[in-house]
Design a protein around this ligand. Structure first.
Ligand code: C2E
Ligand code: CA
Ligand code: CA
Length: 757
């Protein structure tokens, strides 16, 4: 025992029995106190007295403390020591000392201590001691921490609840929930993932408090059915229960976020299931820096939090369902009248700005009521559903389709240049609906639609007018048993003409009324014949020889070109067999190919068969294909053209200069020549712009090893310039108009010199 205290006691001991009794009483009282009473020397901080409670509070008995010569402060946790000693030193000047700090027991346990003391002075007024008590407040601190914790969670809950009331969007809700949990709840990082049961994944949709390094890092595999879930997230999804880990570092769960959590020094984590209609749709994952962040008390609140978010998710889903119902027809999945009108209004605005025509079509099913009455409503509903599917399959812009009333569908088409061509598209959808029977519950139903068309801006400036006019046209179609009717009679007349022409063309194919004329191409350098271009003609019984411009668009729209085109190739090869150049070599004959032909999968085969049967590799066949078309589907076309090139067939790009060819591709394309479009040749002697284009095309083509053919050469002046610019071949009325096949032989026999300019 320190000397000072002994002396202190001795001074008063022997003569006074009363005092001795008092001392014993004090000692007895002190020893029963749960708090530690102490007396410490100032300034040495030497402990001169400490009561027995030290054994439980600090984990050391008074005797141990005296024996080891501790000075006050030696038992304080290193993290708190500097702070507490500074407070001590200040109080030791003369005043009150009061401090909360952690003490470290012999066994390494941490205790929270509250100490309070005051200074004592000697006779001269100098501070010589600090006397006081220390109390173990570990439990109270824990309690306080828990209360703070709970109130933070309550704050999160109430914030999230107010968000739920406000937010109508799933994305916003989940982002806000993460943010609130971090900002109000003291969580370090928070993450929400939604379950994708088809892919077996939980994918991040919202997060806060950390940077997503790579979205893949947050894709979590769910285990296949039956297998026991291998990680906390999968477990949460499977059991629809929260799971928490209170020290990620020492008790590693199979958690895909463990690495991330440890890297950011998070120690506690919890997963909460978001459950809608008894299905776990998502998982919320929260991390906190402290270990032991979670306990059973909080689990209730956490569950409540997850429940509230789930509730909001369900609410939003219902809301979306409602929006869906107000905009879509649930039977067919098509937009309803309201949405259709909204969309068409937008379309019309755009069309107005860019001067485009828009066609609004309304289609009705004839005698639908009868079907309903005969077979019952259910069959009627199934039928409407199936009709919608067939229309969707052929309609170019599905977004512009709608079911506007019971048996009435509507659609819009943008950028309609020629209303006369519409019938071909209409025909496709009408045929799709009409041609094949609908099989519904074992009943065969055939239906016939009636369509009406109104065109913006000609037939109306706004949706309502257009719609009304299209409906009026439907009525007329129904009355006249026509498949469709345009609102304006003159279009109907033109359409009727087109349709008549179509019928005539079908007959023309049957009766072989097509023939080919041939127009020579001349070598610019010496006037000798380079080859011929085969040009289609129709010998119509009513109107005589019809040029292709008048019927090729119809052949293309109806698909009839797929019969006439291949015929032209075979015919040109057959004709060409009989013709020889003066030196005995075969003539090159170029045949025009329509985009639709090239698009066919069997196009290469078709050409191959014609070549093999009608002349083989030396047959001299060339193909002319327009520029725009080749560039449309460049990869596929390159393959086809290369295969055709293998057969000794050469390819020229027709109407060159009118499209937007990329020169990079041009160099790679297996073509051998460019035909400069007639419009440039026509104006080259009067417009310097055209002249520049012609000269540029020629030099570029030569640079990448292509020949150049000029078409539409009508004057000597044009021919002269083209010769100077080193154009390879010339074609045009200057040399010859296209001539019938029986005139070709005579043409061949003329001397080349007569063609020199
Ligand atoms: P194209 O391939 O550009 O054919 C050249 C057109 O220019 C031909 O008109 C020809 O008669 C005309 N032409 C030739 N030299 C001159 C001239 O000096 N001045 C003027 N003003 N015109 C000239 P055509 O025969 O009426 O053919 C028109 C278009 O029809 C062709 O344009 C081609 O795209 C298409 N076509 C012709 N035959 C066929 C064919 O068998 N199949 C396919 N798919 N299309 C063909
Ligand atoms: Ca051509
Ligand atoms: Ca051309």
């Amino acid at each position: 025992m320190p000397k000072q205290f002994k002396q202190l006691m001795a001074e008063h001991t022997e003569p006074n029995i009363e005092l001795e009794t008092l001392r014993q009483q004090i000692r007895s009282v002190v020893s029963t106190l749960p708090d530690v009473v102490w007396s410490v020397e100032v300034p040495s901080r030497h402990v001169c007295f400490v009561s027995p409670a030290a054994a439980t509070t600090f984990g050391r008995t008074p005797n141990e403390i005296y024996a080891m010569g501790f000075v006050w402060g030696d038992l304080i946790h290193p993290d708190d020591k500097a702070r507490v000693l500074a407070e001590w030193d200040e109080a030791a000047q003369g005043g009150i000392f009061e401090s909360d700090y952690r003490a470290l027991t012999l066994s390494g346990e941490i205790r929270w201590i509250h100490s309070r003391g005051h200074t004592a002075t000697d006779a001269s007024g100098k501070v010589v001691r600090m006397d006081g008590i220390s109390r173990d407040i570990t439990e109270r601190r824990d309690q306080e921490r828990k209360i703070a914790h709970l109130s933070r969670l309550h704050a999160v809950l109430s914030k999230i609840n107010s968000t739920i009331v406000r937010v109508r969007d799933r994305h916003d809700l989940l982002h806000d929930a993460c943010r609130i949990a971090v900002e109000q709840g003291g969580f370090g990082m928070v993450w929400i993932g939604m379950v994708d049961y088809d892919r077996g994944l939980v994918r991040a949709v919202a997060h806060h408090g950390f940077e997503m390094e790579a979205p893949d890092e947050y894709v979590v595999s769910l285990d296949a059915h039956g297998a026991s879930p291998s990680n906390l997230i999968a477990l949460t999804v499977a059991e629809k229960k929260p799971f928490f880990v209170n020290d990620i570092a020492v008790n590693p769960p199979k958690n895909p976020f463990r690495e991330l959590a440890l890297r950011h020094e998070y120690r506690s984590g919890i997963t909460l299931p978001l459950v809608v209609k008894d299905v776990c749709v998502g998982v919320m994952l929260m991390y906190a820096k402290e270990p032991d962040f979670f306990n059973e008390n909080e689990l209730g609140l956490m569950n409540e939090l997850a429940g509230d978010i789930s509730f909001a998710l369900e609410h939003i889903a219902k809301d979306e369902q409602l929006t869906y119902l107000t905009h879509y027809d649930p039977l067919t999945g098509l937009p309803n009248r309201a949405l259709f009108q909204e969309r068409i209004t937008l379309l019309l605005d755009a069309a107005r700005k860019s001067n485009m025509r828009v066609a609004v079509l309304v289609g009705d099913i004839r005698r639908f009521r009868l079907i309903n009455e005969t077979f019952g409503r259910q069959v009627g509903d199934r039928l409407l559903h199936d009709v919608a599917q067939r229309i969707k399959a052929v309609w170019p812009e599905v977004e512009s389709l709608a079911r506007v009333s019971a048996d009435c569908f509507a659609g819009a088409l943008v950028d309609v240049c020629d209303p006369e061509n519409l019938p071909y598209l209409i025909d496709k959808s009408v045929t799709a609906i009409h041609k094949e029977l609908f099989l519904i519950d074992g009943k065969e139903v055939r239906i016939t639609p009636a369509l009406g068309v109104a065109i913006f801006p000609d037939d109306g400036e706004d949706v309502d007018t257009l719609f009304r006019n299209a409906e009026a046209a439907v009525k007329k179609a129904k009355a006249t048993a026509e498949r469709f009717f345009f609102y304006r009679p003159e279009i109907n007349a033109r359409v009727a003409q087109t349709l008549l022409l179509e019928q005539k063309l079908r007959k023309a194919i049957e009766q072989e009324q097509f023939l080919l004329h041939y127009q020579p191409k001349i070598h610019a350098i010496n006037g000798s014949i380079a080859g011929f271009e085969a040009l289609l003609r129709w010998q119509s019984p009513d109107s005589g020889l019809v040029p292709p411009g008048e019927f090729i668009p119809i052949l293309e729209n109806t698909g009839l070109i797929l019969e006439v085109g291949p015929w032209a190739i075979r015919k040109a090869l057959t004709d060409g067999k009989n013709w020889r150049l003066p030196d005995g070599t075969a003539l090159r004959i170029a045949v025009n190919v329509s985009p639709i032909q090239l698009q066919q999968r069997d196009f290469v085969k078709l050409v191959q068969r014609a070549v093999e049967e009608l002349g083989g590799k030396g047959c001299g066949l060339d193909l002319e294909i327009t520029e725009s078309l080749i560039m449309d589907d460049i990869e596929e076309n390159m393959k086809k053209l290369a295969a055709i090139g293998e057969m000794g067939v050469k390819i020229a790009i027709d109407d060159f200069g009118t499209g937007y060819s990329s020169l990079g591709y041009l160099a790679k394309l297996p073509v051998h020549a460019l035909k400069i479009d007639r419009s440039f040749v026509d104006t080259m002697t009067t417009s310097s712009h055209s002249m520049t284009i012609v000269s540029t095309i020629i030099s570029l083509a030569h640079a990448i090893g292509l020949k150049v053919i000029a078409e539409g050469v009508e004057t000597r002046e044009q021919a002269k310039f083209l010769q100077l610019l080193k154009c390879d071949e010339l074609q045009g009325y200057l040399y010859s108009v296209p001539i019938p096949s029986d005139a070709v032989e005579e043409f061949l026999s003329k001397p080349a010199l007569s063609r020199m300019v």
